[in-house]
Design a protein around this ligand. Structure first.
Ligand code: COA
Length: 253
């Protein structure tokens, strides 16, 4: 598909790379579709044992494309926003293959919330994690209101989701979101190593064990739906539209 999402199969590992460097890998509707297709298509393929998601060197993603948020927030249409982001989140909720994330730089918004659906997270010392929904007049998405307190504890989740505080790689590791911190430029190579390790394990036992550890997909999608409903309403709020406009106006001052 679009050159902004590169999907390659390396042995039993599917590697999904975000490649929109001029926009800090901000994720557009097309990119969401590319990622969810890449995940969905291997679900029933025993030849694929692992998935790696990476932003390449120096950046993971600046989150949802704010230009698309602004268009949606100011749209006259009564129909809800394009749903490829939700489709992607559903793909994560239903996914049965271990996902390893390689975060070398900023992971903003969905760049952080998607990590709670991953199984192993590698960060470089330059990585930062933030969900600035509150500063945009928005609310949590991607089942983060369920998964973040479960992973990091309520107080850390409050600081991140409700106060919009950012975490360093070290803080994210202490909080339990990150498995391992490596030097900048090394996250992808380490992710491939972890993937190779997982691919060597007995596949059926990995699948069963993983399923035991995770919340059922129905519980995740129920929360995704609940959050999306509120998120969709908030996107059209005066607070949110003003924040989207302020982002694109910032360089003109
Ligand atoms: N959506 C759309 N475009 C984005 C974007 C986003 N989420 N994040 C960055 N960009 C674009 C910028 O508009 C800029 O485009 P331009 O060169 O055409 O003007 C380009 O990416 C580079 O961003 P810039 O802000 O100049 O780089 P920076 O190093 O000064 O700051 C960020 C990087 C990521 C900290 C900053 O861009 C930012 O805060 N982005 C918004 C993050 C966000 O709120 N995401 C949504 C979460 S729900």
């Amino acid at each position: 598909m679009t050159g902004q999402i590169i999907v390659t199969d390396e042995g039993a590992t599917r590697v999904i790379t975000l490649r929109r460097p001029d926009k800090k890998n901000a994720i557009s509707q097309d990119m969401y579709r590319g990622m969810s297709d890449a995940i969905d298509k291997v679900q029933n393929n025993p030849d694929t044992r692992c998935i790696v998601i990476t932003g390449g060197s120096g950046v993971f993603t600046a989150g949802n494309d704010l230009d698309e948020f602004l268009k949606e927030g100011t749209s006259e249409s009564k129909t809800p926003r394009a749903s490829n982001a939700i489709k992607f989140l559903y793909s994560l909720a239903h996914n049965v293959k271990p996902i390893i994330a390689a975060v070398d730089g900023i992971a903003i918004g969905i760049g952080t919330t998607m990590l709670f659906h991953c199984d192993y997270v590698l960060a470089s010392t330059h990585a930062t994690f933030s969900t600035p929904f509150i500063h945009l007049g928005l609310v949590p998405e991607g089942a983060s209101s369920l998964l973040m307190p479960r992973t990091m504890g309520y107080q850390r989740a409050f600081a991140m989701l409700v106060m919009g505080r950012s975490f360093t790689a070290e803080e994210a590791q202490t909080a339990g979101l990150v498995n391992m911190v490596v030097s900048p430029g090394h996250t992808e190579a380490e992710a491939r190593k972890v993937a190779r390790d997982i691919c060597k394990l007995p596949a059926e036992a990995v699948a069963i064990s993983r399923k035991l550890l995770r919340l059922p997909a129905e519980e995740l999608t129920r929360r995704i739906d609940q959050e999306s409903h509120l998120f969709g309403e908030r996107m059209r709020s005066a607070e949110a539209v003003a924040a989207f406009k302020a982002f694109f106006a910032r360089k003109k001052h």
